[in-house]
Design a protein around this ligand. Structure first.
Ligand SMILES: Nc1ncnc2c1ncn2[C@@H]1O[C@H](COP(=O)(O)OP(=O)(O)O)[C@@H](O)[C@H]1O
Ligand SMILES: [Mg+2]
Length: 457
């Protein structure tokens, strides 16, 4: 490679991206930070270093690919060693290395790579892809040449894939700190900010001003590369710095609740303590998958220190429905395993409003709800769960795993905000027929039945 042809300068963040040895690397953050450019330089250096290597660069659609990566690569890659073929979308190097430029507009488009093998796969604007597309492409990373195999991505926050990308790269570890994914592979998130890129700041000083003029959420995402604030988020009032605190010992006399959401797919149990001023502190969470009820009950109890007095364990009404086969409810099985449940309501919109009420700030007062920082799943879910486009007062059910911890919190909030309208002392043991009436009733009728029958024991 004649050195006079390569007079490229890279920013320190681009250097970090180029040097990152992890199997999966995400270069993510502010728009204009030099991420796409960094991808191309990295691709160029790799192609030159490893003769005969194969790389794939992906964008979601062809026009995006053409306008950005292909065009820039043609101006930046030295012509003496590189030629691009516009009909096959392949760039070839003199040393036998190649770069495929591809796109994957629909989910099934990835199957066109079914029989392909690459040394490095690069996603540009990763949040425009689905997790399926990404994971599928991971399987195309192979070959017997002994070259390092990597999947390197760059992206701004936002886009359809925001939540899974955040979960895969941003939430598990602080920036710049490598970690291992659940598949055992190494990963790293390298953040980028617009000020990291002096080339842009010099060439287009107004760019920053234009970003500053955006609405708050886009501004924070595109200017500061903030992954926690985005359009479409359901809890836009949620702020990590305001709603979370470092754990402290909870006073023994504060009233404590558990609130849970249970299904075989996921148990989410939160512990809430009320201080004398009526503030709510979520001080513990247990979120685990694939637990049968007895194991769930054990997981909940063993998270406690044994001296905690729990005032009530709140659970949604569906746990009280009796199963067709056994005639027993899951609440009953919890009770047999030492955890007596108290039924909350499943009025979703009212429940979410109650959560929002607790998150709200009034003037300089801190919000009434605060979460210990070790409750990472709840924090992650509150900061990424989105609005349901069809029902603006509700959260989106997808990705489903983001719903469990917020559902548990909702059960607490509605219970706390709206104490049971019926006299607590008026309790009866219901007959099976009364239960059947109740199971078949809609919400309004159920309230009426509760008045008539009294709360069930
Ligand atoms: N190392 C560099 N040398 C020269 N120009 C650069 C460099 N890095 C980025 N740029 C330029 O800065 C601008 C923004 O970079 P880009 O990679 O498109 O940002 P991002 O993908 O993070 O939004 C582009 O015009 C790009 O060509
Ligand atoms: Mg870019």
């Amino acid at each position: 490679m004649p050195s006079e042809k390569l007079s490229l300068k890279v920013t320190p963040r681009q250097r970090a991206f180029i040097d990152a040895p992890e199997r999966e690397v995400l270069f993510g953050g502010a728009a204009g930070g030099g991420k796409s450019f960094g991808q191309l330089i990295d691709a160029l250096l790799y192609a030159l270093k490893y003769p005969g290597s194969k790389q794939l660069i992906l964008r979601r659609t062809y026009p995006e690919l053409e306008k950005s990566l292909i065009r820039v690569s043609q101006t930046v890659f030295p012509r003496s060693v590189y030629a691009y073929n516009g009909s096959s979308h392949v760039g070839r190097f003199k040393n036998g290395s190649l770069i495929d430029f591809g796109y994957s507009a629909s989910e099934a488009d990835v199957f066109q790579y079914q029989s392909a093998e690459y040394d490095v796969i690069r996603f540009d604007e990763l949040t425009h892809f689905t997790e399926f597309q990404y994971v599928y492409m991971l399987s195309r990373l192979r070959g017997v040449n002994g070259y390092p195999k990597q999947i390197k991505s760059s992206t701004n926050p936002g886009g359809v894939g925001h939540a899974w990308v955040k979960e895969r790269f941003i939430d598990p570890s602080p920036p710049d700190v490598p970690f291992r994914g659940e598949d055992g592979g190494s990963r790293i998130f390298l953040p980028s900010k617009i000020d990291d890129n002096p080339f842009l700041v010099r060439a287009d000083p107004e760019y920053r001003e234009r970003l500053l003029a955006l609405p708050e959420n886009e501004r924070r995402a595109l200017l500061y590369g903030d992954w926690n604030l985005l359009e479409g988020r359901f809890f836009r009032e949620f702020r990590y710095d305001e709603h979370t605190v470092d754990p402290f010992p909870i006073e023994a006399h504060w009233r404590k609740y558990r609130t849970l959401d249970y299904g075989l797919d996921r148990l989410a149990c939160l512990w809430a303590a009320l201080d004398p001023d009526g503030n709510v502190w979520i001080y513990r969470e247990v979120c685990r998958s694939d637990l049968i009820i007895s194991d769930a009950a054990r997981a909940i109890r063993s998270a406690e220190d044994g001296r905690e007095r729990i005032y009530a364990t709140l659970a949604p009404p569906d746990l009280f429905a009796r199963s067709q086969e056994s005639g027993r409810s899951r609440a009953l099985i919890f009770a047999e395993n030492g955890i007596t449940l108290t039924k909350t309501e499943n009025d979703r919109e009212t429940g979410w409003l109650a959560v929002k009420e607790l998150l709200k700030r009034e003037g300089d007062r801190p919000p009434r709800l605060r979460i210990f920082r070790n409750c990472t799943e709840l924090i992650k879910c509150l900061s990424s769960i989105e609005c349901d486009p069809a029902h603006p007062g509700d959260v989106r059910g997808e990705p489903h795993r983001l719903t469990h911890a917020p559902d548990a919190l909702r059960g607490f909030a509605i219970y706390y905000a709206r104490p049971a309208p019926i006299e607590e002392t008026f309790r009866r043991t219901w007959t099976p027929d009364q239960w059947e009436d109740y199971e078949n009733a809609d919400r309004e009728d159920r309230k009426r039945l509760l008045m008539r029958y009294g709360r069930p024991n």
